[in-house]
Design a protein around this ligand. Structure first.
Ligand code: PBG
Ligand code: ZN
Length: 352
């Protein structure tokens, strides 16, 4: 601490043993952390967190049709697009050094059991085949495994007559979905439904059907979050009644996230995920501390939209805030970043 006499500023007249009214106070500072911030090279040398596009996953929304590319109103720069247009964007992502995409499908028809999710010729299954054919090992194709984009009621599992969400029936359909993705050639499947026991069940089915090499990235600690609002517009997946609070986690809970992660690890998850990211940085950190497998964080739609909106208003510096945000998520402990900013962040990092 600076030793100064109380109430007397530098240079002010007055007297004590260290200051006699002439010149500044003589300070005896025990530490000067600013020494390591004096220039960009030194700052670079001591930087603790480095964003690497090699750890980015870019989520994409695919719909039926040809030459369709419609911007999502609440997510500037993000499109609902047909497979042909999606392939062009995948190529762009790969060229920027983004190694992976996470595919969501928007089917033309929905039904109570979400049959489009596990149809052999469903939108995601066709997109996976097309992407693997086009890019082979140059792009990792990850698929979101869930029913909510495909069910007419918009829930992530079938609904009983009393409006109850049916866990085990849901798990069975998620197994079919994951298997159909693997059969189409998916490099990794990511169950996002939050039904109990789905990771183990999917692992068993994949293994039994010759897909033991396909990893599972589990949405392990997925919260019932208002930050998914723009996604539900993009994917047309808002629940038609009620909410997702009986399966997604209560935002108030941190300990429970660790329990969910432990269960998914026991069931064979290869990667565990925390979602959303920004309001849950503490959860990311706690999961990182206990997880023997890589930790992913999903920087979700609402987090993206908030930045885009404020940047459009001219209230924040877009590029800086994007990199600062992703750096924060990485510093919290995320090894893998799932983000709609993936392409632009990779471009910014390349620019330096
Ligand atoms: C499907 C799913 C959702 C997201 C990823 N997978 C929506 C939801 O659970 O309502 C959210 C992604 C985002 O907001 O970017 N279950
Ligand atoms: Zn869902």
């Amino acid at each position: 601490m600076a030793k100064t006499s109380k109430g007397k500023g530098p240079g002010k007249a007055g007297g004590c043993d260290r200051h006699h009214g002439e010149g500044p106070f003589e300070l005896d500072l025990p530490a000067r952390p600013r020494r390591l911030r004096s220039g960009p090279l030194l700052r670079g040398m001591v930087r603790e967190t480095h964003l690497d596009p090699a750890a980015f996953i870019y989520p994409m929304f695919l719909c039926e049709g040809k030459r369709v590319r419609r911007e999502v109103g609440s997510m500037p720069g993000i499109f609902r697009q047909s497979i042909d247009m999606g392939l062009k964007e995948m190529e762009e992502a790969a060229a920027l050094g983004v190694p992976a995409v996470l595919l969501f499908g928007i089917p033309n028809r929905k039904d109570p059991l979400g049959s489009g999710a596990y149809a052999a010729d469903g939108i995601v299954q066709r997109a996976v085949r097309a992407a693997k054919k086009a890019f082979g090992k140059d792009l990792l194709v990850v698929t979101d495994v869930c029913l909510c984009e495909y069910t007419d009621h918009g829930h992530c599992a079938p609904v009983g007559p009393d409006g109850v969400i049916l866990n085990d029936e849901g798990v069975a359909l998620h197994c079919s979905t994951a298997l159909s993705h693997a059969e189409a050639g998916a490099d990794m499947v990511a169950p996002s439904d939050m039904m109990d026991g789905r990771v183990g069940a999917i692992r068993e089915v994949l293994d039994a059907c010759g897909h033991s090499a396909v990893p599972i990235m589990a949405y392990s600690a997925k919260y019932a979050s208002a930050y998914y609002g723009p996604f539900r517009e993009a994917a047309d997946s808002a629940p038609q009644f009620g909410d997702r609070k009986s399966y997604q986690m209560d935002p108030a809970n941190g300990d429970e996230a660790l329990r969910e992660v432990e269960l998914d690890l026991e069931e064979g998850a290869d990667i565990v995920m925390v979602k959303p990211a920004l309001a849950y940085l503490d959860v990311i950190r706690r999961v990182k501390e206990i997880s023997p497998v890589p930790v992913a964080a999903y920087n979700v739609s609402g987090e993206y939209s908030l930045i885009k909106a404020a940047a459009r208003m001219g209230w924040v510096d877009h590029d800086r805030i994007v990199l600062e945000t992703l750096t924060g998520i990485a510093r919290a402990g995320a090894d893998i970043l799932i983000t709609y900013h993936a392409k632009e962040a990779a471009a910014l990092l390349r620019k330096g």
